[in-house]
Design a protein around this ligand. Structure first.
Ligand code: SER
Length: 315
């Protein structure tokens, strides 16, 4: 990657990825974009454009203007929000991937599209879920993610577009809040533990889902995009995970540091149903073998860092 255009730069992944790539690839080599603007370091300290991902001509124009060689397409509606307006979710998630693929085909660019554990469904094996297995999701978000993977494969096979992706688990971070996902509880719980010493959890205490700390997620994007093309077999998209835990386990981990932290459960049936349809833990071995996926943070190490960073942030 030399000149990178990011969509959804103000989102949970985009905000941190923009800063990391500016540092690693140079401030003038990262073109950050989002549908709206706010006053912060993403929009103020580097290149930033307002860009609607449903406007394919504008994606083309901005990519061409800057001589972009890679698009990292992060803008999307997540699982829980997606269920509020399924048609809109299909239109935004699929329309935007198609637009990015077309621009990459026309300008010969590389593309990263994140997929998700949401590609899996109730009929998928739940434990150590293989890379290649049954994928019959029951959320519109999951349907768009499976379809996105297939579309990226199609553009690679038919037009040679170098599209790559990973199936992200729930991502935990302190800089920008996630928006409307099922795994968001694992971020909220830290804020509530620190600010209120109590948390009302919408996921049942014994439901396991895969998770990952943001620094590992960002490194995985860079590693995959810099990997030797010839080694990629499962290019769209790789299972990756660094931990799997239940609300009960993350609560106990946080309680080691915040002794008077209390949790209660008020299960939201919509998000609980989604969580139960996803794996307990996925197998990341193809990502490890094909491009050297690795991670640094487990639940213990992440919890220490999250508590430290959020405590400083809210001071
Ligand atoms: N974190 C996402 C969600 O919960 C999963 O990709 O929707």
């Amino acid at each position: 990657m030399k000149k990178i255009l990011i969509t959804g730069s103000l989102g949970q992944i985009g905000s941190e990825l923009t800063l990391k790539l500016r540092k690693e690839y140079g401030i003038s080599n990262v073109i950050s974009t989002d549908i709206k603007s706010v006053d912060n370091e993403i929009t103020g300290d580097g290149i930033f454009h307002i860009l609607d991902v449903l406007d394919g001509d504008k994606i083309f124009e901005v990519s061409k203007k800057y001589g972009v060689d890679t698009i990292i397409h992060l803008a999307a509606l997540l699982s829980a929000n997606g269920e509020k307006n399924p048609k809109n979710t299909w239109n935004i998630n699929m329309g935007s991937i198609l637009n990015c693929l077309e621009v990459c085909r026309e300008l010969n660019l590389k593309l990263f599209v994140p997929s998700s554990i949401a590609v899996f469904g109730n009929t998928t094996p739940k434990d150590n879920t293989p890379q290649n297995t049954i994928m019959r999701p029951n959320t519109m978000y999951g349907i768009t993610k499976v379809s996105g993977e297939l579309l990226c494969d199609y553009y690679f096979e038919k037009f040679g577009v170098d599209a790559r992706g990973v199936r992200f688990p729930g991502l935990i971070s302190y800089m920008t809040l996630p928006g409307g996902g099922t795994t968001d509880y694992a971020v909220e719980i830290y804020y509530k533990a620190i600010c209120d010493k109590k948390y009302k959890c919408y996921i049942d205490e014994n439901t396991y889902m895969d998770m990952m700390y943001m620094p590992d997620a960002l490194n995985s994007i860079v590693s995959l995009m810099e990997a030797d093309k010839g080694k990629l077999i499962n290019r769209n998209a790789y299972n990756i995970s660094s931990m799997s835990f239940s609300p009960k386990e993350i609560y106990s981990e946080i309680k080691k540091h915040i002794k008077d932290f209390e949790i209660e459960y008020e299960v939201d049936p919509v998000r609980q149903k989604i969580a139960e349809s996803w794996p307990n833990s996925i197998d990341s071995s193809c990502a490890k073998d094909e491009w050297g996926f690795k991670f640094e943070y487990d639940l213990n190490k992440m919890t220490i860092d999250m508590i430290d960073k959020i405590s400083k942030k809210i001071k």
